[in-house]
Design a protein around this ligand. Structure first.
Ligand code: AKG
Length: 273
C-alpha cells in the first residue's frame, strides 16, 4: 500500500486497489466455483455451499444449479480456491494491516444469482471475529466480474470503522439468507458509498466498517471472492469461546504465544518451548 492508500484506509475504513488480478487469474476461481456447484469438484472439509433462501423455500425456481446458490463459505481446504487466500499479491498488501504473522480466519465466494432478493444488510464483520485488536484484522474482496449498482455492488459507510461494534439482529425483510444479520441502530439511511468495481479490482476493509450489498437486478451473476485475515498476535478477551479458531490456519510467519493459533492448539498441548 502507498502512504496515500493507507491514509485512505485509516480515514474511511477501506481502500480499493484496481486491477490487482488479471482475468486469467480470476477464471481459475470462477471455473472452480462452477465445478463445485455442479458437483464436478469435491467439497473440501468444512466447506458450506449455501442455497439462496428464496430457492430453498420454493419462492423462486432456479433455472440452473448455479442460480440456486447464494455463496460458498469456508473454502480454506480447497486446493484451488485457497490459492486466492494465499496469493502473494494479496499477502503483500495484507501484511500492511496484520504484520508479518498472518492467519487465515475466513473465506467465501459470493455468487449473488439473478432472480432472488439476495440483499445483504449493512453489518460489521467483527461480529464473527470475537478477538482483537480489530485493527489487526482485515478483509479482501475481489470482483470476479463487473460489479455495479445494478447487480448489487458492495455499499460501505465510510468512517464507520471508528465506532463501536453495534448490536446486530434479523432484518424485517420477507427473505433474508441465513446468518445475514444486520447492524441495528444505524439510522434510516446512513451515507453510503457504492463500490463499483471491474474484474480483478480488490477492496480491503476494516472489520468494523459497515458494509452490505443490494439486490442483483440483472440477468447475470455478481460473483466475488473474499478472505479475512488476522495477525497471529490477536487475542481473545478472557472468557470468550475460542472454538472457531480450530479452523484458522497460519499462512505466513509464526504462531505467537497466547495468540490466535496458540489458543486453538491449547487442547493438544499448545506451543512447545
Ligand atoms: O458480497 C456481498 O454481497 C457482501 C458479502 C459480505 O459482506 C459478507 O458475506 O459478509
Amino acid at each position: 500500500m502507498t502512504p496515500e492508500e493507507l491514509n485512505h484506509y485509516q480515514e474511511h475504513g477501506y481502500v480499493v486497489k484496481r486491477a490487482l488480478f488479471s482475468e486469467d487469474e480470476l477464471q481459475v476461481w470462477l471455473d472452480r466455483l462452477g465445478a463445485l456447484i455442479r458437483g464436478e469438484a469435491p467439497k473440501s472439509d468444512g466447506m458450506l455451499i449455501m442455497r439462496d433462501v428464496m430457492i430453498a423455500k420454493g419462492a423462486v425456481q432456479a433455472d440452473s444449479p448455479e442460480a440456486a446458490v447464494a455463496k460458498i463459505q469456508d473454502f480454506d481446504r480447497d486446493p484451488v480456491l485457497r490459492t486466492y487466500t494465499d496469493h502473494p499479491k494479496l499477502l503483500a498488501e495484507i501484511e500492511d494491516f496484520t504484520g508479518a504473522n498472518i492467519v487465515s480466519i475466513h473465506n467465501m465466494l459470493i455468487n449473488k444469482p439473478p432472480g432472488v432478493d439476495g440483499r445483504h444488510p449493512l453489518h460489521q464483520d467483527l461480529l464473527y471475529f470475537p478477538f482483537g485488536p480489530a485493527d489487526r484484522i482485515v478483509a479482501s474482496w475481489t470482483a470476479l466480474e463487473p460489479v455495479m449498482r445494478k447487480n448489487g455492488c458492495l455499499a460501505v459507510v465510510p468512517g464507520s470503522h471508528k465506532g463501536e461494534l453495534l448490536p446486530h439482529g434479523d432484518m424485517d425483510w420477507d427473505y433474508v439468507n441465513i446468518a445475514y444479520y444486520g447492524a441495528l441502530d444505524v439510522g434510516a439511511d446512513p451515507d453510503r458509498v457504492h463500490l463499483e468495481m471491474e474484474p480483478g479490482d480488490t477492496v480491503f476493509f476494516h472489520p468494523k466498517l459497515l458494509h452490505g450489498s443490494g439486490r442483483n437486478q440483472t440477468k447475470g451473476f455478481r460473483r466475488a471472492i473474499s478472505s479475512h485475515y488476522a495477525a497471529a498476535e490477536c487475542v481473545y478477551p478472557k472468557g470468550v469461546d475460542q472454538g472457531g479458531a480450530r479452523r484458522y490456519r497460519l499462512i505466513q510467519g509464526e504462531i505467537k504465544r497466547g495468540g490466535l493459533l496458540d489458543n486453538a492448539t491449547a487442547a493438544s498441548g499448545g506451543l512447545s518451548g
